[in-house]
Design a binder for this molecule. Structure first.
Ligand SMILES: [Fe+2]
Length: 339
């Protein structure tokens, strides 16, 4: 992350777990976002699409439910699905509706000053809504998965509450700072490259891995490899350490409606129970991915919707939207982070 963020924001991130941008979106933009998602039907939950293939396995295997999953995989999967169905009464992914508007506002207000790296990809957006009857999200890391494929240990999320998250309402985010415990993620990109660069049918003419060409059976074979299994064991171990040894070290934020917070969703985090019975908790998130020198292309879609199509130039303070995913081969090598 030292390569991604400037000294002050890096220090905030390292010791506090999150970076306050000190920028709040204008009230009318926040209301516009709320209005947009109000039109989506209640119960719409894209989160469940992540349950096809692998996913969350290491996280779940770390506790009692893990044993249950191994013994009764079908019933357990249904139970997990049910849990996430209850966790959000609306979860909408990849509308890509407000990425440019939000980033344009941030860049007008000095957002780029937080960064050392020149480019970052705005991968996709999401809207999450839950009520007081939803279970709070416990301690977890957003584990990498093959739906995204290109993920790093330094992915950054813009976390924008559309309602106040405070003592009265609850729903506050808390994060375990990196100076307490971190888990490796970039090594997964290395492993993916090492594995799939051996499959000529997955490579383009420049030797880049075409993420969209990797088949489910090829992924299943990768999952079984020793290095990947070793990494899953690391995730599992770290998750149990975070819960057992660091539960008291999470830093909590207080966020007002529209205030933009940045955090690394690969670091352990949790959300407090939502307490307000008369309104729902609503969050808008933009997931950003720093660019590394891994010769792996970004995926063009997530569950059928175009993603990875916005490039932010943090030196010029500009945003560019492409028809397809940002072509990482066009980014000068000197501007890429070293894996
Ligand atoms: Fe999360």
């Amino acid at each position: 992350m030292l390569q991604v963020l400037k000294d002050k924001s890096y220090t905030d991130y390292y010791s506090n777990g999150f970076v306050e941008t000190d920028i709040s979106l204008p009230e009318d933009l926040v209301d516009e976002i709320k209005g947009h998602y109000l039109a989506k039907s209640r119960g719409h939950n894209d989160f469940l699409k992540f349950f096809a293939n692998n996913e969350h396995q290491a996280y779940l295997e770390g506790n009692a439910i893990g044993f249950f999953i191994n013994a009764f995989p079908k019933t357990a999967k249904k139970m997990v699905k049910k849990f996430y169905d209850k966790a959000y009464n609306k979860a909408v992914y990849c509308e890509q509706a407000y990425i440019e508007k939000v980033l344009a506002y941030l860049l007008e207000n000095g957002f780029q000053k937080l960064f050392r790296t020149r480019y970052i990809v705005a991968s996709y957006d999401m809207y999450l809504r839950n009520g007081h009857d939803s279970p709070a999200a416990g301690i977890h890391t957003d584990l990498p998965n093959f739906h995204h494929l290109y993920e790093t240990e330094n992915d950054l999320s813009l976390f924008i509450p559309l309602v106040d998250l405070d003592d009265e309402n609850g729903g506050r985010l808390s994060v375990l700072p990196e100076d307490k415990l971190r888990i490796p993620g970039n090594v997964l990109l290395k492993l993916l490259y090492e594995h799939f660069s051996q499959a000529p049918e997955c490579l383009d003419e420049n030797g880049y891995i075409e993420s969209d060409r990797i088949t489910p059976s090829q992924l299943a074979a990768f999952v079984k490899t020793k290095p990947h299994q070793d990494l899953m064991a690391v995730y599992k171990g770290a998750t149990s350490l975070a819960k057992k040894s660091y539960a008291g070290d999470f830093k909590r934020t207080v966020e007002t409606k529209g205030k933009v917070l940045m955090f690394n969703n690969k670091n352990f985090h949790a959300a407090e129970q939502w307490k307000n019975e008369s309104i729902d908790r609503e969050i808008y998130v933009i997931r950003m991915v720093p660019i590394y020198d891994a010769r792996i292309k970004l995926k063009s879609t997530l569950h059928g919707t175009p993603v990875n199509n916005v490039l932010i130039d943090l030196e010029e303070g500009t945003i560019r939207r492409f028809d397809g995913p940002v072509d990482l081969a066009t980014i000068p090598e000197a501007e890429k982070l070293k894996l």
